[in-house]
Ligand binder design. Structure first.
Ligand SMILES: [Fe+2]
Ligand SMILES: [Fe+2]
Length: 454
């Protein structure tokens, strides 16, 4: 067994929290515990899966815990309701991440909330106790989405666990205060353990570590978020969307969303890996082709929903672009170099997704597709083939990139390499998209689109 595999198993077994004997070995005597215990709640809350009537809340813990969220429509927390982590039956006791789903909320409504957790000593199915309870003293707030919410969003992408560009983006978002933020994929690199998700999402080494405590995020996976053993347990870090957001047919499409953010209908799609499922290096472990096809049926239905159809503006989000004007850009549906035509052995864009989803977006009058993946900001204007524009966000590189020279990598200056925050808002009866270069503090794109025809 190699070390990577061992590391993952250690993480997974701790999360499962099922082996009483292992816990019994670990657990010191009660008096000793009191002396040595550090903080139980070790991160601010992270709002996730923003929706019209639900909100996900996650936070990190340092020990076996049973977490909860209390929420109220009043800042003094009067009449607060408490919701425990996990679902019905048993709570999700674990020692890493507490995930709490708040459901039955009112649309476009401000709620105040706080987080807490019981520390659990678990020594077997009949021998468990609460060792103490810790509550974060801060009262936070969030506002649900819906047609009545402010028509504003931001997009970040390709942070790749680099804290400097992530911190820059978060600072810009704190200034803009949108209704929600789309994290458009490649937050990760290749994650082998559940623990490795923590510094990416829950305890990032940035000035505003509470970046998502009052600012809801929605996650759109990128190709890197599917890599590594831990990607099979990504839902332990960022929850699947609420089941009521989709049909039972689409039970496994927990990353797709179609939500109203004021006058804007936002649709999230998952382009998956950037290599073919049968590529030699993947050992047959990937299954993205049927996933992309399944999302077509989901998208067709989502676009017909009255709340989505009636929105004056429609914006789609996906990690890998679904268009590329460059003839030598690998379209992802051919093996490796396509007979020497392509420089890169992975998809620069996803022709399969364009063919599956593009006509539906076109018919629905989608104004803009916001994509990522290429690590270089680009604007693709509508063309004769499709009426939607495409905006590709920048990557984590800060004014240079690494190029292999011989056995070494050297930094090559490149002023086109900068991280972006893409801002969307309704302004003067138009959908306005502003692309901010957060490295150089400038606007690199400013585009407006009229409402779609009813
Ligand atoms: Fe990336
Ligand atoms: Fe990517």
């Amino acid at each position: 067994m190699n070390t990577t595999r061992r590391g993952f198993i250690a993480g997974a077994s701790a999360l499962a929290a099922a082996t009483a004997s292992a816990q019994a070995e670990k657990a010191p005597a009660a008096t000793e515990e009191k002396k040595e215990l550090g903080r139980l709640i070790v991160s601010p809350p992270i709002l996730q899966n923003a929706a019209e009537t639900s909100m996900g809340v996650g936070f990190a813990v340092s020990d076996m815990a049973n977490g909860y969220v209390e929420y109220s429509e009043s800042p003094d927390m009067s009449g607060a309701k408490r919701v425990k982590c996990g679902g019905f039956r048993v709570t999700d006791m674990n020692d890493k991440i507490m995930l709490v789903r708040l459901t039955g909320l009112k649309p476009a409504t401000k709620y105040w909330y706080r987080i807490g957790a019981d520390r659990i000593s678990y020594k077997g199915g009949y021998k468990m106790s609460i060792v103490g309870t810790e509550a974060d003293p801060r009262v936070y707030s969030f506002t649900t989405l819906g047609p009545g919410a402010a028509s504003t969003f931001c997009v970040i992408n390709d942070t790749h666990a680099h804290m400097k560009p992530f911190g820059m983006a978060v600072d810009k978002i704190a200034e803009l205060r949108p209704s929600c933020v789309v994290w458009n994929g490649d937050a990760c690199n290749t994650q082998e353990t559940i623990e490795s998700f923590l510094p990416i999402f829950y305890t990032p080494a940035i000035k505003r570590a509470d970046y998502a405590a009052e600012q809801p995020y929605m996650f759109v996976p990128g190709n890197h978020d599917t890599r590594g053993l831990a990607s099979r347990h990504f839902e332990r870090a960022i929850m699947f969307r609420q089941p009521e957001e989709r049909l039972s047919r689409d039970w496994d499409l927990g990353r797709n969303f179609a939500v109203r953010c004021g006058d804007i209908a936002m649709v999230g799609l998952d382009t998956g890996e950037d290599k073919l499922d049968d590529r030699d290096i993947f050992a047959g472990l990937f299954n993205f082709e049927p996933y992309r096809v399944a999302q077509r049926a989901w998208l067709a239905d989502a676009l017909e929903r009255p709340d989505i159809k009636s929105a004056p503006y429609l914006v789609a989000f996906c990690h890998i672009p679904i268009f590329d004007p460059r003839p030598d850009a690998n379209p992802g549906d051919v093996d490796k170099d396509g007979g020497g035509r392509y420089k890169l052995d992975y998809a620069s864009w996803q022709r399969t997704c364009k063919n599956l989803w593009g006509p539906l977006l076109e018919k629905a009058g989608c104004q803009v597709v916001i994509a990522a993946h290429q690590h270089r900001y680009r604007y693709d204007a509508p063309n004769a083939e499709h009426a939607w524009a495409q905006i590709v966000g920048g990557g984590p590189e800060l004014g240079s990139y690494s190029q292999k020279k011989g056995d070494k990598y050297v930094k090559v200056p490149d002023s086109g390499k900068f991280p972006t925050v893409i801002e969307g808002k309704v302004d003067g009866g138009q959908l306005r998209i502003v692309a901010h270069d957060v490295l150089n503090g400038r606007v690199v794109g400013d585009f407006s689109y009229p409402p779609r025809k009813a």
